[in-house]
Design a protein around this ligand. Sequence first.
Ligand SMILES: NC(=O)c1ccc[n+]([C@@H]2O[C@H](COP(=O)([O-])OP(=O)(O)OC[C@H]3O[C@@H](n4cnc5c(N)ncnc54)[C@H](OP(=O)(O)O)[C@@H]3O)[C@@H](O)[C@H]2O)c1
Length: 236
Amino acid sequence: MQSRPQNLLITGASSGVGFETALHLAEHPENRVFALARSEQRLQDLRTRSNGRISTLVFDLTKDKAAGLVTWLNESGVEALHGLVHNAGFLVNRSFADITEAELELSYRTNLMAPFRITQALLGHLRAANGAHVLHISSVGGVQGSVKFPGLSAYSSSKGALSVLTECLACELEQDNIRVNCLALGAVQTEMLNQAFPGYTAPMGPEEMAKCVAWMLCEGHRYFNGKILPASISTP
Ligand SMILES: NC(=O)c1ccc[n+]([C@@H]2O[C@H](COP(=O)([O-])OP(=O)(O)OC[C@H]3O[C@@H](n4cnc5c(N)ncnc54)[C@H](OP(=O)(O)O)[C@@H]3O)[C@@H](O)[C@H]2O)c1
């Protein structure tokens, strides 16, 4: 049971799992939710759907400086950040032989480097929460030993790196009372799934997975640290 006001930040909140998770988190009256994405229009929709309870920032994870987030939170009066969800993702579905340098770079910038740099930039706010939780959203494809699919080498390898970063940070940030976990999602019916597996119907929609992500963010660190947990009921 949540007992104190929580400041929560989520990336990739303009569609799919991130959009629904932001809404779910904002249902709790004690939560202040901060949401990022590139699409101003979709972020406007998010603000409208939450009756203005979600603060949004147009932010490109591959271009904008993480320091801008620090400024934004400070100007919003946020001293401590209790939860941070690295949900945004970029997927290219192309054969290994044909993946371009730009696609490889976008994959790693969005899926690995942005979470790395943002957590780094927000360490002061996370430490100030004295019990913060950083949650990485990875993919089952980014888990060692899982079934792999052609065309997803850049995506899955970048998500695999994010999974291992979870273990590294859980160890290194323990002294700051910051816990770090990773949910490796299975198929959810979103725009990204359509790119990865055109024509495939997932067993659940983003509203359902959002409940899992929101629970994990707010409660999961009471039970887990440094864990890579598959949240999946299908293959793919
Ligand atoms: N759906 C699945 O089956 C599935 C399976 C495994 C893992 N996942 C993971 O779950 C997470 C959510 O995916 P989803 O399925 O909900 O996908 P989605 O609907 O395509 O949403 C992706 C989100 O990431 C944001 N984003 C992408 N590039 C960005 C950038 N450069 N800067 C800022 N934001 C950016 C997008 O916003 P803008 O375009 O507005 O910037 C959007 O809000 C991802 O990390 C994905 O890898 C999904």
